[in-house]
Structures are given as structure tokens and as C-alpha cells.
Design a protein around this ligand. Sequence first.
Ligand code: C5P
Length: 303
Amino acid sequence: MSARVGVRVRVPAKVNVQLSVGAARPDGFHDLANIFLAVGLHDEVTVTPADELRVTCEGPDADQVPLDRTNLAARAALALAARHGIDPRVHIHIAKDIPVAGGMAGGSADGAGALLACDVLWQLNSSQRELLDICAELGSDVPFSLLGGAALGVGRGEQLTPLDVGGTFHWVFAVADGGLSTPAVFREFDRLAEAEGAGLHAPVADPALLAALRKGDVAALSSTLSNDLQRAALSLRPSLADTLAAGTAAGAVAALVSGSGPTTAFLTEDQETATQVAKALTASGTCRTARVAQSPAAGATVV
Ligand code: C5P
């Protein structure tokens, strides 16, 4: 048998079909009820043995990706190596197709991908539970990138319960020029909540939305989508309102900001409408580019 020279893992992006945000906790995070849906836009993470740990990246937005040890892929390799007393001498290459700092968990995807790839390369055979625990240390969205499909995330979003999805959903994602910082969007959420003086609700999953996912019911999903961070993202980037309006006018059944933004997500009735909406969004001049994708998608997978 020939020695394995490298391991390649494919990891999906996500959209939050519900993002219910509670009050800030003493540790600075917010309690969430977060319904994740994996979508078919992917990064590919390849690890190969090397003299030292290094990260490279290719793709249209590669220049915006940090290549030092702040990159979640590097942190994942370091965390797994530390647990097993391994010297993490790997080259991690990221082929990036998920928008950077776009609210679609692209950095988290690279963390989950590198973790699984290193686990296979180093023949550690970690259980999914062990990998999910490391993912949770790396970031709130990283466990879901490993798992994929659909899941309810509570706590800061890292405690997952997988959900059934009874059909395929068709989406368009409008990619904005430049990213938004997730901490900045949460800070703006806090500022708006404080300015209003209204008490924050305890975050809970919407049973009607869970039923819509279970049935694969597009109409029911369209009327239950919600994102508590949307107002904060719009406050920091008011032009996103034009993008949302352009996609709705073009035939999307629902529109919302994806996670902390600035990517906007448009649910459509079918693949054909998705293609039309993407064309109209691109022509509208309200976004940099528009991508069609379906959900659910599988989690991190060795290819
Ligand atoms: O967990 P992660 O590192 O991805 O979170 C990035 C930032 O987003 C946190 O530092 C925090 O400012 C904010 N955040 C939050 N509440 C959460 C998740 C993230 O306030 N539940």
C-alpha cells in the first residue's frame, strides 16, 4: 500500500434560518437559539506533511485570509496536535469558495476541515464527540461546520442537536463588497437593545420553523425565517436594504441577512427561480456577485 501523501476535506457554508439572540453573558458571548442549515458552497482544505506548520490559500478572496496562527485551520491543527503530543508539521492549503467574513461560517469551515484532515493524516481515529469538543473550543460555529445538515445550536451556538430536513431548499446568496466583523455586529445589537430599553427575550427555537424544515415546506419556511442580528447588520451597512429589496423584487419568496452578514440570503421556490434571482441581483449593482446553492449539504467530508 502506498503512503498517503495528503488528505483533502470538503466543508460546507451555512445559513442561519433562525438566529434568536438573548442577552450578553458575563463571558461576553450571547445566549442563542440558532438554527443552522448547511448550504452547498464549499471550501476544500488539504493537509500534507511538511517541515513546519504553514497555511496557504487560493480563491478570489484569498488576499483577505490570514495565513498566520490566527487562521482557524492552523488553530485546529495546533489544538489536535497538542492533545496527542504530536508536532503539527503540516502544510494546510485552503481552496476558498465561501465568502470571507460574510456571515456564512467560512473561517469555521476551514477550522473543521483542517481538524478532520489532520485527524485522518495522523491516523488518530478520534470519535466525532472528541472532534466536536475541539471544534467548540475553536469557535461557536465550528461544530456545525463539522456536522453539516441542519441543527439547532444553543448556548453560544456550539451545543448542537441535529434536525431532520424533509426536502431540498433553493437559495441565492448575494455577496457584498467587504466583510463585517461578527463581534462588531453583536456590539451593535447590544447598543440598539440598550438604546430601546426593551428587555431581551430568552432565545428559543420556533416550532413552526422546525416543522417547516421537517416537511421541506418552502412556503412555511419563508414565513418563519428570522435573524435578530439583521437590524444590527443593516445599521452598520444600510446599503444591504437595497440588496434585500432587489432580491425580493426579482422573485425570492423571502430574504434575510445571513448570520452576522453582510452576505444576504434569498429563498426561492425552485432552481429556475434561483437562477433568475441571481441574475437580477448581479445586474442590480447592489452586490458584488450572487451565488446559487441548495441545502441541506453534508458536513466535513474526506474526498
Ligand atoms: O465563537 P466565535 O469566536 O466565532 O465568536 C466570534 C465573536 O462573536 C465573539 O468574540 C463574540 O463577540 C461574538 N459572539 C457572541 N455570542 C455568540 C457567538 C459569538 O457575542 N453566541
